[in-house]
Design a protein around this ligand. Sequence first.
Ligand code: FAD
Length: 330
Amino acid sequence: MSKDVWVIIEHQDGAPKKISLELLGRARELAETLGGTVVAFVPGAGVSNVAESLGSRGADIVYAADHALLQPYTADAYAQAVSQALQAEQPTLVLVGSTAQGRDYAPRVAARLGAGIVTDCASLEVADGHLVATRPMYTRKTIGTVVFSSGGIRIAVVLPAVYSVPPAEAGRRAEIRAFQVALDSKGVRTQVREVRAIQRETVPLTEADVIVSGGRGLKGPENFALLDALAKALGAAVGSSRPPVDSGWVSHDYEIGQTGKTVSPQVYLACGISGAPQHLAGMSGAKYIVAINKDSNAPIFQLADLGIVGDLFEIVPKLTEAIRQAKGRA
Ligand SMILES: Cc1cc2nc3c(=O)[nH]c(=O)nc-3n(C[C@H](O)[C@H](O)[C@H](O)COP(=O)(O)OP(=O)(O)OC[C@H]3O[C@@H](n4cnc5c(N)ncnc54)[C@H](O)[C@@H]3O)c2cc1C
C-alpha cells in the first residue's frame, strides 16, 4: 500500500473539468500530510492533452489510460479501468468527483476491490491518523461525520465546489506514464449510440460561482427571461426548482435539488422558490443565499443570508438594472 493520493480525472473536449482541478488542489494538501505523492489517473481515448495539463495543477505523476472502450464514457469500462489501476498501484486514498460519472462508477470500483467508500463528501481531513469525511444526510437535514475505519484503498466521492481551484503553477511538470488497461468488451454491457450536448450560453450549473434560480413563483416559461437578464448582468448561471421542469418551462438540466443537480456556488439567488427540503438538498451548500419571495413565512427565509419579501416581478428587473449600472460605473 502506497501513501499516494489519487485523483480520477473527469474531462471533456481535451480539458480537465473544474471538479478535477478542485480535487487535485485538495489532493496536494492531503498528500503532504500523508507523506505521499499526487497521482492523476486519466481514463479515455486520446487523453494526452488532458494528461499534459495536470502537472501545473498539482499532479506529480499522471497515468494516461488510453483505450478505445473508454470513450465515450460507460460505467462498466470505467469501473474495469479504474479498478485495474488501483489494484496494481494500491494508493491509500482515491478522490473522485461527485458528478453523474463519479457517482456512477466509483461504487462499482469499491465493490470490485472491497474498498471503503464515502460518497457526497463535503470535507475530507486527516485527524489523529484517520481519514475523516463529513457528508450531508437526510436531504441535508444533518451533517454526518464518517471515519474510514479500515486500511486498504479508500475512495472519497467529493461534492463539487467544496474546495477551490488553486492557481496553476506555470512551468510545473508531472511525470506522464502510459497505463495499459486490459478491457474486456464483453464486460461493457452498454453501448452509447449518440451523445447530445445541451447548448447553454452560461457556465454549467455545477461550476458556476453565482446562480440565479427560479421556481413556481415565476408563473410561466416566458418569465425565465427575467432571470436570464439578471444572470447575464451578474455573469451567473440560471437554475430552477422542480415545478418549472415538471411544467416544461425549462429543461431538466436546470433542476437543482434531490432529483436534480447539487450545486455549491458562492451566491445562490432563489426567486419565487418556497424552500422545500428536496430543493434545499441541492443548494444549501451555497456560501451565500439570497431569497426573493412574497411570502414572509416561506421556509427559504430560514436558510437565507439575505431575504427580500416582495414581488419578484418588481424586484428582479430593478436588481438587474442596478447591477448593470453598478458594473457600468466600475
Ligand atoms: C421525491 C421528490 C423529489 C423532489 N426533488 C426535487 C428537486 O430535486 N428539486 C426541487 O426543487 N423540488 C423537488 N421536489 C419538489 C419539492 O417537494 C417542492 O414541491 C418544490 O421544490 C417546490 O418548488 P417551488 O419552491 O418552486 O414551488 P412552491 O413550493 O409552489 O413555491 C413557490 C413560491 O413562490 C412564491 N411566489 C409566488 N409568486 C411570487 C412572486 N410574484 N414574487 C415572489 N415570490 C412569489 C410563493 O410565495 C412560494 O413560496 C421533489 C419532491 C419529491 C416528492
